[in-house]
Write a protein that binds this ligand. Structure first.
Ligand SMILES: Cc1cc2nc3c(=O)[nH]c(=O)nc-3n(C[C@H](O)[C@H](O)[C@H](O)COP(=O)(O)O)c2cc1C
Length: 369
């Protein structure tokens, strides 16, 4: 089934779990894809690659300890790329030097963060307005990174006027892998994903490209790869909803039927996630609230009316949260299928995933109310 880019560029990357199959990666997600979540996903079937939450780079920055743990204590057996967000050349090189002392698979640059407070500092997605500044940063990182230098970008700030120039810079500075989220910064998470623009990137750059944006399932991954001819996919929110998705991708890519997931399996996933993210430093109430942020996505596959989501959002304690989970995921419901696709109209974060939500309402991992 697969469309492979020229072998030379692919061979530089760590081999996928199943050689010859399209690549899969867990999209980096601040406050989500930490060490605990990486281990939980790996339990259900790891992606080929992990990418850390971004390390902030500025004059006073030091690599955040909690993010370094996802590199130093990575027991998943899969490579992890360290992602940077910043624009200061000296401090970017300094941070690369520090991170290369850790077992990273490579260094990734964030060129997509859409949060206003981030792009107003002219980092992340804000840099998509200034291709010549990006050229300086690519040259700096290419010089500082002897191994794999990768980039994750959106297709533009408010439009695609600089997209081709940025793709040419990817070639010019020999970027080793490019992940493209098929939206502009201004489109946040609301618009349709422009897979045609991802196809344009695949056709223009020499390195492997991972297609990213609203890949909800293994069949959707296959379709997007066919449409874009990308070397693989990067999946974010729907890996929170369905941590089996990477295993299901491998099953589908090798022509096998997808493993069936039942609501009782989801109950076990929630329990595993709760235990994995629990710590003596986090009070129960705060932990329950953090769990709700994950369950906002899980709930999209539990019932078409969003009843689980509604009940879950009212839980105030561990006991009441798991009582809701038992009611909706065990007993007679336990043997029901967990929907392979999110149910239409069941929105994880209404405040930033619905077309008419106000533009600056999206704090990246907020509970939709
Ligand atoms: C809660 C959250 C946090 C995110 N944090 C990051 C980040 O740290 N670095 C990054 O490059 N992208 C970040 N993203 C963007 C995702 O990596 C991904 O590009 C986006 O969610 C679209 O993919 P999806 O539809 O598969 O979720 C974040 C997205 C979400 C929802």
């Amino acid at each position: 089934m697969h469309v492979a880019p020229p072998p030379s560029s692919l061979n530089k990357l760590p081999p996928p779990i199943v050689p010859g199959q399209p690549l899969t990666a867990l999209a980096p997600m601040q406050d989500v894809t930490d060490l605990a979540f990486m281990r939980v996903v790996a339990h259900y079937g790891a992606p080929d690659y992990f990418v850390t939450e971004f390390f902030r780079v500025h004059a006073q920055s030091r690599p955040e300890k909690h993010i370094l743990r996802s590199i130093d204590e990575n027991t998943t057996g899969r490579p992890v790329f360290a992602q940077l967000i910043g624009e200061d050349l000296h401090h970017l090189s300094r941070t690369v030097e520090e991170l290369l002392k850790h077992p990273v698979a490579g260094i990734d640059l964030n060129l997509g963060c859409p949060a206003p407070k981030v792009y107003k500092k002219n980092v992340g997605g804000g840099l998509l307005r200034e291709p010549e500044k990006v050229a300086e940063i690519f040259a700096c990182l290419r010089a500082a990174v002897p191994g794999l230098f990768t980039v994750k970008m959106r297709i533009g700030f408010e439009d695609t006027r600089h997209f081709e120039r940025l793709l040419d810079l990817v070639n010019e500075h020999r970027v080793d892998m490019l992940s493209v989220h098929g939206r502009t910064v201004k489109e946040m998470y609301r618009s349709e994903v422009h897979y045609d623009e991802i196809a344009r990137a695949v056709a223009r750059v020499r390195c492997p490209v991972l297609a990213n944006g609203n890949i909800t399932s293994a069949p959707k991954a296959r379709d997007v790869i066919r449409q874009t001819r990308a070397a693989g996919v990067m999946i974010g929110r729907h890996a929170i909803r369905n941590p089996w998705v990477f295993r299901q991708c491998r099953e589908l890519f090798s022509g096998h039927p997808l493993s069936r997931v039942k609501l009782q399996d989801v109950r076990e996933y929630i329990d595993r996630l709760y235990r994995a993210t629990q710590s003596s430093e986090i009070p129960e109430q705060a932990h329950v609230n953090r769990m709700k942020k994950f369950l906002n996505f899980v709930g999209q596959g539990v019932d078409p009316d969003g009843a689980f989501l509604r009940d879950m959002r009212h839980a105030q304690s561990e006991a009441s949260l798991f009582a809701v989970c038992d009611r909706h995921l065990l007993g007679a419901a336990g043997d029901l299928d967990f929907s392979p696709e999110p149910y239409a109209g069941v929105i994880a974060r209404p405040n930033c995933e619905t077309p008419d939500a106000p533009s600056d309402s999206c704090s990246l991992f907020s509970v939709g109310t």
